[in-house]
Design a protein around this ligand. Sequence first.
Ligand code: MTE
Ligand code: MO
Length: 334
Amino acid sequence: MLIKRAQHILLRGEDIAASEITPRAVFEQRRRLLAAAGMAPIAAAGGLLGLPRLALATYASPDARAAKLAANTNAKFVVPEKVTSYKDVTTYNNFYEFGTDKADPSRNAGTLRPHPWRVSVEGEIKNPKVYDIDELLKLAPLEERVYRHRCVEGWSIVVPWIGFPLAELIKRVQPTGNAKFVQFITLADASQMPGIADPILDWPYSEGLRLDEAMNPLALLTVGLYGQVLPNQNGAPVRMVLPWKYGFKSAKSIVKIRFVDKQPPTSWNTYAPNEYGFYSNVNPNVDHPRWSQATERRIGEDGFFTPKRKTLMFNGYGNLVASMYQGMDLRKYF
Ligand SMILES: Nc1nc2c(c(=O)[nH]1)N[C@H]1C(S)=C(S)[C@@H](COP(=O)(O)O)O[C@H]1N2
Ligand SMILES: [Mo]
């Protein structure tokens, strides 16, 4: 029974009803203009220096109740594509601790208590430390970055995240020579997370990276989106965002970051090693055993005649990440 049930998880997104067609909020229109404005000078100057820094906090809020979070936009990391609507990004989620339907996390994650919150940074490091979330938020300047996000199920979104490079934290805790991998562990508290009662995955949700991947400037320790603190359903109060990898690598609601000497077990890889590899870099040339990964459905573009988008190698971030995998057989290390 469990097996049968489990086979329904991480399906392609195709069975999900098309997201509602709502009039575009003024905010999103402004957001797109902002993104376009951020990109034009890059194309012209081919670099970062001298670009105006754009403070998102001056723009309208997508959710009047949510706390604002100020951050300067880092134009080097703004993908020149239409930002997905706030509504889609916060109501179409995978967060199995709150249920397996896309609408479950936004419906059920109100029971998560993201404050107070502590993150234990431990293992093969010189400075192990339990960070209070308020302290973690002040560790490095917050940046807004607009990243593509590709779920292994075949859908994608474009999100203005707020955070800072994980490398900033890693520099401070100083890995020892034995640190080869980093493990991320999510909260697993049945009193806050109704989905934990269901033994779908081996809780707590855990993910991992090689140390060089964790140090990559793209790897974002994330605390906000759309100018606000992270909603619970998106992994409050702190999560990873790794835009060159399939979405499941980006663990939500992290309570532990552990530096280890061996490749750590990870939830999805343990669940189905032939379907979800440890690396899980976005790769249109390596299909999932049950579906092609060559194309994707961009959430919000799913009209009846809308053609699918071609999935890009490393989700379009090859210039920043491909060198980390040079000489590796990406069919074997998928
Ligand atoms: N703890 C935890 N983290 C998780 C998941 C989860 O079920 N539990 N789902 C993953 C998957 S499959 C995806 S696609 C992304 C979705 O992030 P989003 O809802 O913010 O778009 O979160 C990832 N992180
Ligand atoms: Mo995903």
